[in-house]
Design a protein around this ligand. Structure first.
Ligand code: ADP
Length: 292
């Protein structure tokens, strides 16, 4: 294990997190998607979560913001235990924990700026939200954020006319207009070419450095994780097997995290290779194999 962050100054404290989905394998067992995962994260930190397909990366992010319910453990956010917060009380939490998705989750018949403004819906009442009523300040802010991610000139272009990298940058602007304390990004570059991937990672790093927002990013591309993260967390078969700075994430550690596909143990086929990735003999998808 590498150096682990202390709980001091942390914004997020995940302890003993476990998740069993309500499905059984052919052998009747109910495998744990997550098992006793601890994680702390501080403001301004960029943490990459790496691991083979089925390791539990996506489940971890979704438990953190309670998109799915953890089966065990606790999630403390900004000093509050949110593990069992009732749905109705989650709204203010969801404003502060923004999400970025692999498939962008944009409304494609709407413009880039309208999609960014959707990030304000968590602040609206049911009526103003459904009517799409936004203040002038919100519109100016949406434009500024698009400009920051290099899309000012495309603010009024329909989302379905944007490239993948541009769509993901709209996703970043939509996350930022929420004024979040944490951004959770679930495989944000898995569908992008290497150049767009780099641009998206650079924007996420800027988000953490300049705004002090904590970014937790699920990644398949180990070389991007090594280059852009303050810390790397390695998951294997639902367990945290590494937590440390990129400098301590050695070739050996990476092999331990990925292991053999069979060792993942949850009966999963590996994901289709993302652009820029190669499948190594041992199974992991690692961009540019020279990191090994
Ligand atoms: P990763 O993001 O690392 O690929 P996931 O968190 O998606 O891993 O999946 C972890 C495990 O949980 C896998 O065995 C997967 O099949 C299982 N799983 C994920 N989502 C569901 C679901 N909605 N229902 C049942 N099992 C699921």
């Amino acid at each position: 294990m590498g150096e682990t962050m202390t709980a001091e100054g942390s914004l997020l404290e995940v302890s003993g997190l476990g998740k069993h989905y309500d499905v059984r394998r052919g052998d009747g067992q109910q495998p744990a998607a997550l098992h006793g995962v601890d994680l702390s994260a501080a403001p301004g930190e960029l943490i990459s979560v790496i691991g083979p397909s089925g390791a539990g990366k996506s489940t971890l992010l979704r438990c953190i913001n309670r998109l799915i319910e953890p089966s065990a453990g606790t999630v403390r956010f900004d000093g509050e235990d949110i593990t069992h917060l009732r749905r109705g009380k989650l709204r203010p939490v969801h404003r502060q924990i923004a999400m970025i998705f692999q498939n962008y989750n944009l409304v494609y018949r709407m413009t880039a700026i309208q999609n960014v403004l959707h990030g304000r819906l968590g602040y609206k009442g049911a009526v103003s939200g459904s009517l799409g009523l936004y203040s002038e300040d919100e519109k100016v802010r949406a434009f500024e954020l698009l400009d920051e991610v290099g899309l000012g000139a495309l603010a009024y272009r329909r989302a379905d006319q944007l490239s993948g990298g541009q769509k993901q940058r709209v996703g970043i602007a939509r996350a930022l207009i929420q004024e979040p304390k944490i951004v959770l990004a679930d495989e944000p570059i898995a569908s992008l070419d290497p150049k767009s991937s780099r641009m998206v990672m650079e924007h996420l790093r800027r988000v953490s450095r300049q705004r002090g927002i904590c970014c937790i990013v699920n990644l398949h591309q180990v070389d991007f994780a090594l280059e852009f993260s303050d810390r790397i967390v390695g998951l294997h078969a639902g367990e945290k097997v590494f937590d440390g700075v990129p400098g301590s994430c050695t070739t050996e550690v990476i092999r331990d995290i990925y292991g053999n596909d069979e060792e993942v143990g949850l009966g999963l086929a590996p994901d289709a290779a993302a652009p820029g990735c190669v499948a190594l003999a041992s199974g992991p998808l690692i961009a540019h194999a020279e990191v090994l």
